[in-house]
Design a protein around this ligand. Structure first.
Ligand code: IMP
Length: 522
C-alpha cells in the first residue's frame, strides 16, 4: 500500500468533515446508557501552546459576582461555618454558611467572615486568672497551642490583665496554683484598628511570640502571632467585595415566612449572596421568595434551586434568579433518588440546565457528586461556571466538629442535611429553618440523606491550591486557556468528548497492581 506524503498530514486532516470524537450535543444525545454521570465520558486532548500557569480560572458565581476560582463550599452543617467560609474566600472561592441554626447564630457567622482580617487570630481562646496551671497545661495539650491571653472574666471583650505561655507553665511545679501567680503582666499591646503591617512591626520589635490587641478601654479584642507571621500565607486570589475589600460571604435560607426575618439579619451582617436551599427548587414558595428578595434587597444576589431540568430553570430565571444550583440526588450522602424516585444523573442535568440558562446570562453551579479534579473540569465543560462541594471538603480542618478516631483512622462527621440526625437538630431548635427536606407539620421524618464519616484531609489552605493547579493542568491538556474558553469551545463543538464503556472506566483507573498508595498531593 502506498503511503500518503507526511508533509501533507495537516492538509489531509482538513478533508475530514468533523473533528475526531463527539460534540457535547452528540455526547448527550448518545443515550446508550440513559443519563450520563461524570464518570461516563472523557474530554479529548487539544493542542498545548501555553503553560498551565497561563490558565485563568475566573468563574462567574452569579450575574454580578465573579470569583478567581470556581470553588464553593456547600451550606451543610458539617461543611460550612465561618472558618470554612473565611478560608474558601481567602483561597479565591466562597463558602455558603448553613442555616441549621438560629438566625442570630448564622448572622454572627456571616459577620465573622465579613470582619475577618488576614493575620489577626479570628477566635482567640481566652482564660481567666482563676484557671489553674494544670488546667492550662491540659488546654494546651488539647488545642495544640500554649499561649493564652488572660482577661478579667475570661472572655474576649473584657479587660486584659496578662498573658500566659508555655514558658510560664512548663517548669512550674504547683499544678494547682492559679494562673494569676505566674502570668506575665508586663505587656506590650497593639491598639485595635492598627493595620496588619503596623501590628507585625510591633510584634517583631517586642521580641515576643504574641501581640494582644486591645481597645481604648484596655479590653482584649484579638491577637497577632509570630508563628502566623512566619508562615505568612498570602492569598492573591482572595474573593473580596470591590468596595469594602471585605471577604465575600454567602449564606443559605429557606422559603418559610421566618426566613424573611432571618434574611434581614443576614443582610444586616453583610451577606453578599444567598442561596435558597431546596432539593426541588421549582416551587411557588421559592418563586415568591426570589421576588421578595429582589424587591426588598435589589442589590443582594440570589441563587435559586436546586434544579435538574430546563423547565425548572426557566421558572426560576423568570422570577429573577441571579444564579442556579443544579443537582438532585447526586450528592455523596444523598438517598433522594432512591427514596423519592426523583432526580437526574448529574452530567445530563448540568448539560441540560446550563445549555438553557447560559443563553440568559444566568451562571450555574454544579452541586453534588464532585469527587475529584476531573469531575470539576467535566462539570465546567458541560456549561457550569462553578462547582459546589460537600464531601470533597468534608474532613478538612475548617469544617465544623471535632476529629475522632475509629479503626486507627482520624475522622470527622459528614452528614446530609436530609439525614435524620440533621433534621432532628432542626426540629429540636425552633429557630432553625432547614426546610429543605420536610414540611413544618411533618410528624414522621423521611430521610433523604445519611450520616457518616470521612478521613482527615488536612487544611483547605493546601487542598484548594491542589484543585487549582490540577484544573490549570487539565485545561492545558484540553488546549483551552481559561474555564470560560472551555465552556465556549465546548458549545462551539471545538472541544470534543468520548463516551466510556464500563471496561474503559476500568482501564482508566489504577489496575493490576498488587497494592498501591493513592497520595494526591504533597
Ligand atoms: P457531595 O459534594 O457529593 O457530598 O454533595 C453535596 C450536596 O448534596 C449538597 O450541596 C446538597 O445539594 C446535597 N445534599 C446535602 N444534604 C443532602 C441530603 O441529605 N440528601 C440529598 N442531598 C443532600
Amino acid at each position: 500500500m502506498a503511503f500518503l506524503d507526511c508533509n501533507k498530514a495537516m492538509d489531509y486532516l482538513s478533508t475530514y468533515k468533523e473533528k475526531d470524537g463527539l460534540s457535547v450535543k452528540d455526547l448527550m444525545n448518545s443515550k446508550v446508557n440513559g443519563g450520563l454521570t461524570y464518570n461516563d465520558f472523557l474530554i479529548l486532548p487539544g493542542k498545548i501552546v501555553f503553560t498551565s500557569k497561563d490558565v485563568s480560572l475566573d468563574s462567574k458565581l452569579t450575574k454580578n459576582i465573579t470569583l478567581r476560582t470556581p470553588f464553593i463550599s456547600s451550606p451543610m452543617d458539617t461543611v460550612t461555618e465561618s472558618d470554612m467560609a473565611i478560608k474558601m474566600a481567602l483561597s479565591g472561592g466562597i463558602g455558603f454558611i448553613h442555616h441549621n441554626c438560629a438566625p442570630e447564630e448564622q448572622a454572627n457567622m456571616v459577620r465573622k467572615v465579613k470582619k475577618y482580617e488576614n493575620g489577626f487570630i479570628n477566635d482567640p481562646v481566652v482564660i481567666s486568672k482563676d484557671h489553674t496551671v494544670a488546667e492550662i497545661k491540659a488546654l494546651g495539650k488539647k488545642l495544640g497551642f500554649t499561649s493564652f491571653p488572660v482577661t478579667e472574666n475570661g472572655k474576649v471583650g473584657s479587660k486584659l490583665i496578662g498573658i500566659v505561655t508555655s514558658r510560664d507553665t512548663e517548669f512550674h511545679e504547683g499544678d494547682q496554683d492559679p494562673i494569676a501567680d505566674i502570668m506575665t503582666t508586663d505587656l506590650i499591646t497593639g491598639k485595635y484598628g492598627i493595620s496588619l503591617e503596623e501590628g507585625n512591626r510591633i510584634l517583631m520589635e517586642s521580641k515576643k511570640g504574641k501581640l494582644p490587641i486591645v481597645d481604648d478601654a484596655g479590653n482584649f479584642v484579638t491577637m497577632l502571632s509570630l508563628t502566623d507571621l512566619q508562615k505568612n500565607q498570602k492569598f492573591p486570589y482572595a474573593s473580596k467585595s470591590p468596595h469594602s475589600k471585605q471577604l465575600l460571604c454567602g449564606a443559605s435560607i429557606g422559603t418559610l415566612d421566618v426566613d424573611r426575618i432571618r434574611l434581614a439579619k443576614l443582610v444586616e451582617a453583610g451577606v453578599d449572596v444567598v442561596v435558597i436551599d431546596s432539593s426541588q427548587g421549582d416551587s411557588v414558595f421559592q418563586i415568591e421568595m426570589i421576588q421578595f428578595i429582589k424587591s426588598t434587597y435589589p442589590k443582594l444576589e440570589v441563587i435559586a434551586g436546586n434544579v435538574v431540568c430546563r423547565e425548572q430553570a426557566a421558572e426560576l430565571i423568570a422570577a429573577g434568579a441571579d444564579g442556579l444550583r443544579i443537582g438532585m440526588g447526586s450528592g455523596s450522602i444523598c438517598i433522594t433518588q432512591e427514596v423519592m424516585a426523583c432526580g437526574r444523573p448529574q452530567g445530563t442535568a448540568v448539560y441540560n440546565v446550563c445549555e438553557f440558562s447560559n443563553k440568559f446570562g444566568v451562571p450555574c453551579i454544579a452541586d453534588g457528586g464532585i469527587q475529584n479534579i476531573g469531575h470539576i473540569i467535566k462539570a465546567i465543560a458541560l456549561g457550569a461556571s462553578c462547582v459546589m462541594m460537600g464531601g470533597l471538603l468534608a474532613g478538612t480542618t475548617e469544617t465544623p466538629g471535632d476529629y475522632f478516631y475509629r479503626d486507627g483512622k482520624r475522622l470527622k462527621l459528614y452528614r446530609g442535611m436530609g439525614s435524620i440526625d440533621a433534621m432532628q437538630k432542626t426540629h429540636q431548635n425552633a429557630n432553625a429553618s432547614t426546610s429543605r427536606y420536610f414540611s413544618q407539620g411533618d410528624k414522621v421524618l423521611v430521610a433523604q440523606g445519611v450520616a457518616g464519616s470521612v478521613e482527615d484531609k488536612g487544611s483547605i489552605v493546601k487542598f484548594i491550591p491542589y484543585l487549582f493547579n490540577g484544573l490549570q493542568h487539565s485545561c492545558q491538556d484540553i488546549g483551552v486557556r481559561s474555564l470560560a474558553a472551555l465552556t465556549e469551545e465546548t458549545a462551539k463543538g471545538t472541544v470534543r468528548f468520548e463516551l466510556r464503556t464500563p471496561s474503559a472506566q476500568y482501564e482508566g483507573g489504577v489496575h493490576n497492581l498488587h497494592s498501591y498508595e493513592k497520595k494526591l498531593h504533597n
